[in-house]
Design a protein around this ligand. Structure first.
Ligand SMILES: [Zn+2]
Length: 363
């Protein structure tokens, strides 16, 4: 059971789709996967991810419109608002340009389309600036809406929800699953990871070039982490403050014009399922150890050959260290942060257990 499983919106969606409420997230994922499996079987298989996307969107009577420049908004207004009297398209620009609530895509049910129109649903995908990196994922996110929340007869106004909304997070889950469709992803993963004992960035890159040429590195990395049966923690390290300082910084007068510089911290930490089960993680906001390769990557310093072997016990906070466990760390600098994966290369040591037994013998 995850937090998402307990969200009212997700329970309601599961009920609407007729899947069990015991594990609604998994139930909804299975529901989507089964629909797609059925279409693929009827079509006699698919040759790759592009063929899958066209098959699925065709079955869902859905077309994509991409925004690559400002003129594309004018084009949508012309084609859909003026031409097809779908006025919702005329006001779309302001929704996509809302800085407070970044919108990557929107799905529109056309009011004037007939029940059998191939473009009954139009998914508008924002590909401008740094939103382009998410293009592949956003397309599958909108497919996820159409597979679940936009059942026939649904609302004609697209919903512009916050990215933290449970429905949006559920759509990202679905996009991660069906966008990296198992029958296409699994063989690519097997081939790319053959003979390797743990996940590497080069495996992720090989999967991209082999089977998912338009997927982003990060989305593909997440797909690998999800499929992996061994623990892996994804983390992002960036300059940040400890909690007390963060609180003080919220009051502008505390530090005047000169706030203290932040330290390199694990600002985002996502353990995969195996890591959660194994209790293998790094607390969010913990300071990155000075000796970690993540520092050198962040400072763009040259690396040496054995830079990736570290120990989890290097991570410490207030005099307490994480467990002793050899780990392998791989990362790369992306904009203002380092994205990395941390994986154990040895089984968990029974340190606490032994220490306790020793103390029993000495007293
Ligand atoms: Zn959405």
């Amino acid at each position: 059971m995850t937090r998402l499983d307990a969200a009212t919106e997700i329970l309601e969606l599961a009920k609407e789709l007729g899947v069990g409420a015991a594990a609604p997230v998994d139930g909804i994922l299975d529901y989507c996967r089964h629909r797609i499996d059925g279409w693929v079987a009827e079509a006699g298989g698919v040759t790759g991810i592009d063929a899958l996307e066209s098959l699925v969107t065709k079955r869902l009577q859905m077309v994509f419109e991409e925004i690559r420049s400002e003129e594309d908004f004018d084009r949508l207004t012309e084609v859909y608002a003026r031409g097809k009297k779908e006025f919702v398209f005329a006001g779309m620009r302001t929704k996509f340009d809302d800085d407070g609530n970044p919108t990557f895509g929107a799905l529109v049910l056309r009011r004037n389309a007939t029940a059998d129109s191939p473009d009954r649903f139009v998914a508008v995908i924002d590909c401008r600036g740094n939103k382009l990196a998410r293009r592949f994922f956003t397309r599958w996110h909108e497919i996820a809406h159409r597979l679940t929340t936009h059942a026939d007869g649904g609302a004609t106004e697209p919903g512009y929800r916050s990215e933290h909304d449970p429905i949006e997070r559920m759509m990202d889950e679905i996009a991660g699953h069906v966008g990296f469709y198992g029958p296409i992803f699994d063989p690519a993963y097997q081939q790319a990871s053959f003979g390797k004992s743990h996940l590497t960035f080069s495996t992720v890159e090989a999967i991209i070039s082999e089977a998912f040429p338009t997927a982003s590195f990060q989305a593909t990395l997440f797909a690998c982490a999800r499929r992996l049966t061994t623990p892996v923690v994804y983390l992002e390290a960036a300059l940040a403050h400890k909690k007390e300082v963060k609180r003080k910084l919220a009051t502008p007068s505390m530090f005047g014009d000169d706030p203290p510089p932040g330290e390199l911290r694990a600002v985002k930490v996502i353990p995969n399922k195996a890591a959660q089960q194994d209790g293998f993680t790094i607390p969010t906001n913990m300071r990155v150890p000075a000796a970690s390769v993540l520092h050198r990557l962040f400072d763009a310093e040259p690396l040496t050959d054995d830079d990736d072997n570290e120990d989890l016990s290097q991570w410490e906070s207030r005099g307490k260290t994480l467990e002793r466990r050899a780990v392998v760390v791989e990362g790369r600098k992306v904009a203002d942060r380092v994205i990395a994966i941390v994986q154990p290369v040895e089984k968990r040591r029974a340190r606490d257990h032994c220490a306790q037994r020793n103390s029993l013998f000495t007293t």
